[in-house]
Design a protein around this ligand. Structure first.
Ligand code: PAF
Length: 282
């Protein structure tokens, strides 16, 4: 497994591949890789000749008081894991100065209005601006043909699709299905923050989404009622709810009730751990 830390050395490698006529896929990550990431890398492997996995804990997507400094950094372990499953070709692990050469005071941002201020964006102001900014930079560094993002971060996926289309970037955005543990909890690097007791309760988030989806598919159309039921169930189980929402799958707007595709999304804290999850409903 090759590790590149600078943009020129990364570009040099990619140039060699391009000269051989090879296509390139990018899987952006913040490291601390788990089964969910590995599934994305395997998917990327099917889509292109070469796979770049970026490992970068992006400071601009963390708000004040969030876990930027304590976010798990485990590059050596990540590289070993990728090498074991032999699905990646190159790990791009730049420093903050490499990816943000203009510095913190003069950071040039990419904004995706409309999608960025709602749901997770409402409780994490600036988060999606940071995501759009770093993903644009990674796209410019790697210049992939295709990039793979997990559906678990559904809002992020839509933000990136919108940004890629708006900036006319010639990159295909592919969604990877959410990978779950046996009890339904979606894999996330932040699951490691859960205590053993919280870990037992955590799958209820997913099960509440499934219950809501089942009710909708059976014809339940009182969304306010369905939301209330889910909120009550989660609050009683000790979740501190950020939101539980039924939205249009294409743009996260409130449903119009004309049979459009829906997605049910939830974010909640268990202790100090913020969990997010979603299920599409069609
Ligand atoms: O989903 C993530 O891990 C991050 O938000 C991403 C896309 C790698 C950008 O930092």
């Amino acid at each position: 497994m090759v590790i590149e830390q600078t943009i020129p050395s990364l570009r040099n490698r990619v140039r060699q591949w391009r000269l051989q006529g090879e296509s390139v896929a990018l899987v952006p990550t913040m490291g601390n890789l788990h089964a969910g990431h590995l599934a994305l890398v395997k998917q990327a492997r099917e889509l292109a000749d070469r796979v770049v996995v970026s490992v970068f804990v992006n400071p601009t997507q963390f708000g004040a008081g969030e876990d930027y400094s304590s976010y798990p950094r485990s590059l050596e372990q990540d590289v070993a894991l990728l090498a074991r499953v032999t699905t990646g070709d190159l790990v791009f692990a730049p420093t903050v100065d490499e990816l943000y050469p203009e510095g913190q005071e003069e950071t040039v941002y990419v904004e995706v209005p409309g999608l960025s201020e709602i749901l997770c964006g409402a409780s994490r102001p600036g988060h999606f601006r940071g995501v759009a900014t770093v993903v644009t930079r990674l796209f410019n560094c790697v210049q992939p043909d295709v990039a793979v993002f997990g559906e678990k971060d559904y809002q992020q996926l839509l933000v990136i699709r919108k940004m890629t289309a708006a900036l006319c970037l010639p990159i295909k955005i592919v969604a990877g299905p959410t990978v779950r543990e046996a009890d339904g909890l979606a894999y996330s690097s932040r699951n490691a923050y859960l205590t053993a007791e919280q870990r037992k309760r955590a799958p209820l988030l997913y099960h509440s989404l499934l219950t809501c989806r089942q009710a909708i598919l059976r014809g339940g159309c009182d969304h306010a009622e369905l939301k209330l039921e889910a909120e009550k169930r989660l609050c009683e189980a000790g979740f501190e709810l950020d939101y539980f929402e039924i939205r249009r799958a294409d743009n996260l707007a409130e449903p119009l009730g004309n049979g459009e595709r829906l997605v049910i999304l939830a974010a909640a804290r268990l202790g100090k751990t913020r969990l997010i999850d979603n299920v599409v409903c069609y």
